[in-house]
Write a protein that binds this ligand. Sequence first.
Ligand code: IDP
Ligand code: MG
Length: 140
Amino acid sequence: MAIERTFSIIKPDATKGNHTGGINAMIEAAGLRIVAQKRVKWKLADAKKFYAVHAKRPFFKDLVKFMVSGPVVVQVLEGNDAVKKYRDIMGATNPKEAAAGTIRATFAKSIDENSVHGSDSIENAKKEIKQNFKAKEIVG
Ligand code: IDP
Ligand code: MG
């Protein structure tokens, strides 16, 4: 398995609920290393750009509104098979369908307020990391 990097967001429901540390503990327990991290408040344009792929979906407006409703913590995670590993520990998009012990089963309230984002491919991870971090902010 190759060492990869993936992009993660701890979403506003989770920063509001003070779960940043709890989520980071689960990330680290899974063997992923947090090699970059910052807490930021997105503007509407940031959220629209990040989720542009979902622009035509019925939930898009609510999604971008939610993503600017409070601070987010953006991260780069590094480790073996990091993209798939993080998707596995995040759990299903809908926390009601997420396996026990996953981040979303533990912390998320609903399908829209679902605590975390993780890249769904290596290609998208590269794009999302570049959008959110300067190279010198990532220290592996
Ligand atoms: P993912 O975050 O598990 O990759 P995506 O399908 O990429 O899920 O959707 C992006 C985000 O949009 C989800 O994490 C969730 O916050 C929101 N979302 C997806 N589907 C729905 C829905 O049916 N209703 C409301 N929000 C949704
Ligand atoms: Mg997705």
